[in-house]
Design a binder for this molecule. Structure first.
Ligand SMILES: [Zn+2]
Length: 71
């Protein structure tokens, strides 16, 4: 499977919506390391996910940003 290129603060679309009130599929990458931290752009919750799992769950990169969208 082809891996998408992504970097810190990218806005991404995931295959599954966050199970929150907003049901958003849009997340922002807020930390990149052995694990990836992504923030739901609907509710603001942050979740940690290991990189291999993230690679299978990301659908596409929507936009590049150079800072957090929600402080
Ligand atoms: Zn959410």
């Amino acid at each position: 499977m082809e891996l998408l290129e992504y970097r810190l603060y990218d806005e991404v679309e995931m295959k599954k919506a966050h199970p929150c009130f907003a049901r958003s599929k849009r997340f922002q990458i807020v930390r990149v390391g052995a694990d990836i931290k992504i923030m739901c752009l609907g509710c603001g919750n942050v979740m940690m996910i290991d990189r291999a799992a993230f690679n299978t769950k990301i659908k596409k990169v929507l936009a590049h940003h150079d800072k957090p969208l929600v402080p």
